[in-house]
Design a protein around this ligand. Structure first.
Ligand code: MG
Length: 220
């Protein structure tokens, strides 16, 4: 369980699942050589991969190419199933910064063989989150600068306005398949500029109005 500042208190984040979107920014779909999807592409990361702010991302020995992906995360505030798009925002507790750390070499191999992405996405420490949760009514989640630096150099910079599927649509889609429960996390996909991280790197990921998520990278 991870505790993050939320309003004047601390929110204990204990999700039953982390739902991630793939290919939700056109430029990122292109850089991956993928088609732009007609409906959301989703996969799961295990809650055991969560990492609090100011911690260390551990590079697993199974991979030699681990990538950063900065994403806007939605924290679900109440249980819902078959949620209508028009009512979806009532189910949002708030927003935070998320890193969908990915073993790209293992993912490429999985894609080639038609195997699941679980291995490439599910290692411990592969889901950094924070530094705090901003209440849903405090910002417009579809108009925020989003970016990531490695060792002070900007690698990703875009706007959440570039997302293909908006948050209402995503919640409606996901909840038509699986019940969303309080504390569940939806990571809304990454903009272009993904790239490798190495032992000793310092990552700073930011979203306008939320804050900066800082993590160090170490090898095992
Ligand atoms: Mg991602």
């Amino acid at each position: 369980m991870i505790s993050l500042p939320f309003e004047n208190t601390v929110y204990r984040l204990n999700p039953t699942k982390i739902v991630c979107l793939g290919r939700n920014y056109v430029e990122h779909a292109r850089e991956m050589g993928s088609d732009v999807p007609k409906s959301p592409v989703i996969f799961l990361k295990p809650p055991s991969s969560l990492l609090p702010p100011d911690s260390r991302i551990i590079l697993p020995p199974e991979s030699s190419e681990v990538h950063h992906e900065v994403e806007l995360a939605v924290i679900i505030g109440k249980t819902g199933t078959h949620i209508r798009k028009e009512e979806a925002m009532q189910y949002v507790l708030g927003y935070t910064v998320f890193l969908d750390i990915t073993a790209r070499d293992l993912q490429k191999e999985a894609k080639k063989k038609g195997l699941p992405w679980t291995l490439s996405k599910g290692f411990d420490t592969f889901a950094p989150i924070g530094p705090r949760i901003i209440s849903a009514d405090e910002l417009d989640p579809h108009a925020l600068e989003i970016g990531l630096k490695v060792n002070g150099e900007v690698r990703q910079r875009s706007s959440t306005s570039m997302m293909i599927f908006g948050i209402g649509e995503i919640i409606a889609y996901v909840s038509s398949i699986m019940t969303l429960q309080e504390g569940d996390i939806i990571a809304t996909g990454t903009p272009s500029g993904v790239g490798p991280i190495e032992d000793g790197d310092r990552i700073e990921a930011w979203i306008e109005g939320i804050g900066v998520l800082k993590e160090d990278v170490v090898s095992t």
